[in-house]
Design a protein around this ligand. Structure first.
Ligand SMILES: Cc1cc2nc3c(=O)[nH]c(=O)nc-3n(C[C@H](O)[C@H](O)[C@H](O)COP(=O)(O)OP(=O)(O)OC[C@H]3O[C@@H](n4cnc5c(N)ncnc54)[C@H](O)[C@@H]3O)c2cc1C
Length: 456
């Protein structure tokens, strides 16, 4: 450890886990106790659970992007870029800045919270033709794309083109996919009234999942209620089904059906950030295997948490690991900060324990299902719990005000269907949004760090 200057704490990722950690470190450590640095490609913390509401235009993108520079009290140094490799031996993190400069950042303590990326499979055409629902840019882009399909279908004289523009496919029956399908279907349902030339019955949303149930964590009865709400709205749900092939104008399901569509939204789960693989350390299903204290066993000063780490779920026991949810990530963020401080002050670290509070699923309008603390709710009470939970979890009063104002405005004035023309001429799909090809291999990281240390 560096004993001459202050210890250097490097936090990677400004999501739920990273930001909670940084804010707690700033609060609990005096400025001369340690230097805190945050690496993040974006200048905001994204409140991901409300992303489907950005895609459907209920919320503006800024309202769920919480600025990292809101207060003068925030003294953390921020490096605008992404970590592309970590060398545990020399304690160096390799960073690609937003101007594509590669810099080495030495640390004494590193907290890895780069989250996850969309999980894809080796399905022909998938990464070229599907959208994800993981970034603010994707949500804003999808909204424009969906409205563009209505505009283009309206203008077209070709019934085949019309049919393909008015069908939409969402893959993934977890909460992200279900909320996305539900919110966007509401948008097209409301929008089509402004297109008198379009036959509303041509608009069709498909929600498919390889699993036999939607959101199995909701339980039998509540899961069926969610399914019933979606079916009533005309969303066609196909379970035990996935995608065999994706093309620019059609998607082939594994049951043989060929759906003419220009919109495939892929939300079939997440995997840990590729940064984790650059460490060359033990992983569990791609997530870094950490102790209940969230430190990496056998390595001094290395911590990981959130979607990128396999944190043992001590409340559940039986070798379970915490699910990749915001609920855990933000609590782990606070907890890991305490453990970093304990380690810095040579005190005992504490294991992370949190009993899951349940699940809230906002299906748009007054439709929702929620299971707070095991209590099953539907309709307005479920909606109140879902929105109340998200609203209170937003970090700043500005974000809370923006979100509440957007909700009220939407309830009073209804949806708006303005297509901004955002990147209209440039097709952008899954592979363009998540920068998964930016990372180094463990060997490249080592070669780079050793090369930088070698005498000239
Ligand atoms: C559509 C959707 C709906 C969801 N709904 C819910 C819900 O209702 N309830 C719930 O509990 N959870 C929900 N989740 C899951 C939840 O959002 C995640 O579990 C949570 O965001 C994980 O927090 P994290 O801090 O680990 O990662 P993130 O919040 O994803 O943050 C990771 C951060 O790291 C940054 N980053 C990535 N790579 C690098 C790198 N190489 N270097 C530096 N920075 C990097 C990213 O830009 C990001 O800012 C939802 C997710 C989605 C996508």
């Amino acid at each position: 450890m560096n004993t001459v200057t202050r210890p250097r704490i490097l936090v990677v990722g400004a999501g739920f886990a990273g930001v909670e950690c940084v804010r707690r470190l700033e609060r609990k450590l005096s400025p001369d106790e340690a230097d805190v640095t945050l690496v993040t490609p974006f200048a905001y913390q994204l409140y991901l659970p409300l992303l489907p509401q950005v895609a459907s235009g209920v919320l503006t993108p800024q309202s769920i992007a919480v600025s990292l520079r809101r207060s003068k009290k925030y003294r953390t140094r921020i490096i605008p870029g992404g970590a592309i490799g970590v060398d545990l031996k020399s304690k160096v993190c390799v960073i690609r800045t937003i101007t594509d400069q590669i810099v080495d950042e030495p640390y004494d303590y590193i907290v890895l919270a780069p989250g996850s990326i969309t999980r894809t499979f080796d399905i022909p055409g998938l990464t070229d033709h599907a959208f994800g629902m993981k970034t603010l840019a994707e949500a804003a882009y999808i909204r424009d794309h969906v409205i563009a399909q209505l505009d283009l279908a309206d203008a077209s004289q070709d019934p085949v083109e019309r049919a393909s523009r008015l069908q939409f496919v969402v893959v993934g029956g977890g909460y992200a996919g279900t909320e996305t399908a539900a919110c966007l279907q509401r948008l097209t349902h409301a929008a089509v009234k402004r297109y008198p030339r379009l036959d509303p019955s041509l608009i069709k949303w498909h929600l498919i999942d390889i699993a036999p149930k939607l959101m199995p964590e909701l339980g039998e009865k509540l899961g069926s209620s969610a399914q019933e709400i979606l079916r009533r709205r005309g969303i066609e749900i196909s379970l035990g089904t996935s995608i065999a092939k994706a093309g620019p104008e059609e998607v082939t399901f594994t049951d043989g059906r060929v759906i003419p569509t220009r919109t495939l939204i892929w939300t079939a789960g997440v995997v840990a950030s590729p940064l984790i693989a650059t460490l060359g350390a033990e992983t569990v299903k791609g997530r870094l295997a950490v102790a209940p204290e969230m430190n990496l066993p056998g390595e001094d000063g290395v911590f990981a948490l959130g979607d990128s780490a396999a944190v043992p779920d001590l409340a559940k026991g039986d070798g379970a690991m915490c699910p990749p949810t915001a609920q855990h990530a933000l609590r782990q963020g606070r907890h890991v900060a305490d453990n970093v401080i304990a380690s810095l002050r040579a005190q005992t670290m504490k294991p992370y324990v949190h009993k899951d509070l349940g699940l809230v699923v906002d299906l748009g309008g007054t439709d929702a299902v929620s299971k707070p603390l095991g209590i099953e709710l539907r309709g307005l009470p479920a909606q109140a719990v879902a929105r109340g939970y998200h609203w209170s979890a937003l970090r700043t009063n500005v974000a809370k005000t923006r979100v509440m104002t957007n909700w009220l405005l939407n309830a009073v004035a209804g949806d708006d269907f303005v297509r901004t023309g955002f990147q209209a001429r440039k097709a952008a799909r899954l592979k363009d949004f998540e920068y998964t090809d930016a990372y180094l291999t463990p060997e490249q990281v080592r070669a780079r760090v050793e090369g930088a240390r070698a005498p000239e």
